[in-house]
Design a protein around this ligand. Structure first.
Ligand code: PLP
Length: 222
């Protein structure tokens, strides 16, 4: 079942890339394991998955300890400043930085750990429909503040489409994030990554330029 699901997801990613004239290696599949047990995580790793996503630090900590392979862990859910230390210990990439205050907490812990922490800035494109993320109007200021920190490196932007969004609404949301990224290309430190697209909307996200899709249900459903 898992290998069939995974094969189907990869095929849909390839097709979406093809439709939009992008090479499939442009898009990284992050396998979101928040509803998966460790045996299933081991199984997808054996099938060649290299990027795992979790939405809570506590859940990730237990799985991280149980799974001793070289997989890269991604934090895709909201992070509280008091969990920054564990987040820095576990995650290769934190997708959900949504305030300068949080960035400073991560920077402090990364500095203590002798690490430069890769992060994405989470943007709230859709306004009140989303709980977390920086409004587009505040993005440049926040990024300027984060760039002043020595132990954090901004790799890109992340967003979540509104839960009840139809295809068009999701597309508008993803396109807006891409346009923000493109505008920042002229900034002193351009960023490349766009983390956008989940089970319900990853093909649209790829068509709009996603470089990382975060997929759980489509892989782990029975
Ligand atoms: C759970 C989650 C995902 C994966 O969602 P699916 O619908 O299971 O593919 C992706 N991103 C975030 C932020 C999540 O919390």
């Amino acid at each position: 079942m898992l290998d069939e699901n995974l094969r189907s997801v990869k095929q849909r990613i390839s097709k979406a890339c093809e439709r939009s004239g992008r090479p499939p290696q442009d898009v990284r599949l992050i396998c979101v394991t928040k509803q998966a047990v460790t045996d299933d995580i081991r199984a997808v790793l054996a099938l060649g998955v290299v990027d795992l996503g979790e939405s809570r630090v506590q859940d990730a900590a237990a799985k991280y300890a149980a799974i001793d392979t070289g997989a890269a862990w991604h934090l895709v859910g909201h992070l509280q400043t008091n969990k920054a230390k564990d987040a820095v210990r576990i995650f290769s990439l934190i997708h959900s930085v949504d305030s300068l205050r949080l960035a400073r907490a991560i920077d402090k812990e990364a500095s203590k750990a002798g690490k430069v922490q890769d992060i994405l800035i989470q943007v709230n494109i859709s306004g009140e429909a989303a709980k977390f993320g920086i409004p587009p109007s505040g993005l440049e200021d926040t990024m300027d503040g984060v760039r002043a920190l020595n132990n954090i490196r901004i790799k890109g932007l992340m967003t979540i489409a509104p839960e009840a969004a139809g295809r068009k609404e999701a597309r508008d949301c993803f396109r807006a994030l891409r346009e923000l990224r493109d505008k920042l290309r002229n900034a002193p430190y351009p960023v490349r990554e766009l983390s956008m697209g989940m089970t319900n909307d990853f093909e649209v996200a790829i068509e709009e330029g996603s470089t990382m899709v975060r997929i759980g249900r489509a892989i782990f459903h029975a």
